[in-house]
Design a protein around this ligand. Sequence first.
Ligand SMILES: [Zn+2]
Ligand SMILES: [Zn+2]
Ligand SMILES: [Zn+2]
Length: 370
Amino acid sequence: MRREAKECKQCGRTIYFDGICVSCRAENERNRILALSQEEITVAIGQICREIEEKGKLDRESGLFMKLLDYRDIDTSEIAETAWKKNLFHPCEMYKDAPDHVIVAMMEKIKQDDIPSMLANRLLRCLAVRGGEEVFKLFLELEKNPRKWQEKLYVSPSRYAVEGGWSFDGEGRKLRTNFDKCYPMVKGTAEKKMRSPVKIGTRTKEKCLRCGCGIVNLMEIDGRDPRLDFLGIDSVVKAKCCPNCFEFSEGDYCRYTIDGESEIVYAEDAYEMEDYLGERGLAELTSNTYVLGERPVPPRYAADWEGGSSIGGFAFWIQDCDIRLCPDCGKPMKYLAQIQWDTVLDAMEGNAYIEICKDCRIMAVLHQQT
Ligand SMILES: [Zn+2]
Ligand SMILES: [Zn+2]
Ligand SMILES: [Zn+2]
């Protein structure tokens, strides 16, 4: 049966049911959370703690918790305290501001050899989100002297740490895998986009060697804008890729120079692909009018369904958090930006992610979808 095309009552985009579209619903919910007063937030935190206390899980209020965390960056110490008493470790973000005594107790637990690896997995995630000097030292020690539970885990503590935006290299030096500030990309006009220090999807003259589609700068970033001081990039950098086939690859890389040029690094086993995007898709992608927002937002602002596109902060990983190791120096790269694909290409799904190693002047471009 063919579904009848209708219009979203809020934005007018084509949908196949009565009412408003998914992204308008998400936007309304975000605006509601952004408008909450401090008292209302306190009440909401109480509500979240009550569910944890009564049911030993976060279910009905879990959406509320994630949205308060993402859009308002709430202090989670009370929630962490309550969750710890109930042995609840999911979602791990509850432990972002866990009090010291909770963290000390958690660290004692994970130092043991004989805890189930499933529990170790959960504790590692919670500790990673909390971070801090003591947790870093512990992770380093666990990496050097793996406990028995490690045998059944796929990755080691340094890979868990990236969920909290940090990690360490082979020499035990701590490094950040996230930038601490975040700016959203917001709707502007074609004219404003010309002046925006961050642009999504700009054309180049190159064609993809794999599929022949036009190569784009998925994101063009002018780090000299004062808003972007936190990036520590004092030139224009371009994350260049083929918008058609990067979705099907394992992740593409490009090298950039400080004079604003970039060169795609094709994998040696690059195979021929069909150009599904075509000129029409390319035109749609490059005609978006997103511009850099005026003010910073909380670091997890875009780490949500329909979180939109943003630079800095945390990503919304549709699958697992995927911080790549730099192909040149082998250290974890730093998460730089996210593009919500259907906001620039209506029929597409998922998110594009850009990561950077400033030491080696290399960027990675990845795509994930459900
Ligand atoms: Zn809508
Ligand atoms: Zn291609
Ligand atoms: Zn590197």
